[in-house]
Ligand binder design. Structure first.
Ligand SMILES: O=C(O)CCC(=O)C(=O)O
Length: 245
């Protein structure tokens, strides 16, 4: 492993979240945006309802889900050899692409995301699963950045409760006691990415600004992880209470 990746692994193991500048270059960001625009305009209406969650206006996209299933271009992106090689050491194993999704946070109406741990949704043991969160728009302090509680992955899964938020049905029973000012705020230029472990506590506020805050997410697990039946039963109950579409 080169010195960069050794440091990256140490930071990830310690903090449960790392920042990588220019994960995608400017041309790649432009290509992602163009394909997302095209997919939403031309393809989305014909896809099953599990392909998306809308904001409260019932027409603006909050999330795209399962792009790896419904869009060949995003499947290819998620399977890129350089990205798989980067995440493999963090996963302690062979990467399996589990999801390609978006959190669009549209201008003015983009909804917030309650405090949660992704493994309440993923339900994997051991928790060798992560999300590469790539900024397509600039992420500022004002437009709903993701805040992470560094080191929180080390305490394992915390009690959950159904959140009632469409697209994020299961949240934490109690928000983190770490003050916002001490949390790591993912302020990103387009193309920058954060990578967070699936038990790292995180959340984001609504977007009340005039600029959208579009993030593209690539989700991977190690091929050795297995579904935990207890986590799965809790998730199934929450998603039945608040379906994503
Ligand atoms: O993009 C957001 O605001 C939240 C993202 C998130 O919850 C995640 O990456 O797991």
């Amino acid at each position: 492993m080169n010195p960069d990746s050794t440091q990256r692994l140490a930071d990830y193991e310690r903090d449960g979240v790392i920042l990588i500048h220019q994960f995608l270059n400017a041309d790649e960001v432009t290509a992602v945006r163009a394909e997302l625009d095209r997919y939403i305009r031309d393809d989305l209406a014909a896809q099953p309802v599990d392909a998306r969650t809308f904001e409260k206006d019932e027409k603006t996209v909050r999330n795209l889900w399962r792009l790896e299933k419904y869009n060949e271009w995003f499947l290819q992106l998620g399977e890129r050899a350089d990205i798989r090689a980067l995440v493999a050491p963090l996963l302690h194993g062979e990467p399996v692409l589990v999801g390609v999704e978006t959190f669009n946070k549209p201008a003015r109406i983009g909804s917030g995301v309650p405090y949660h741990q992704d493994n309440a949704y993923f339900c994997q043991t051991p928790p060798d699963m992560l999300t590469v969160w790539i900024a397509i728009d600039e992420v500022t302090a004002a437009n709903g950045p993701v805040f992470f509680v560094k080191g929180s992955h080390k305490a394992g899964m915390q009690p959950t409760r159904p959140s009632g938020v469409r697209g994020n049905s299961i949240g934490m029973a109690e928000p983190s006691s770490v003050p916002l000012a001490e949390q790591f705020c993912g302020l990103l230029a387009p193309g920058d990415a954060t990578i967070h472990q699936c038990e790292t506590i995180h959340h984001s506020a609504p977007n009340t600004t005039d600029s959208a805050r579009l993030g593209l997410l690539l989700v991977y697990r190690g091929s050795h992880t297995q579904t935990d039946p207890t986590l799965k039963a809790t998730y199934t109950a929450a998603v039945a209470t608040t379906p994503p579409a």
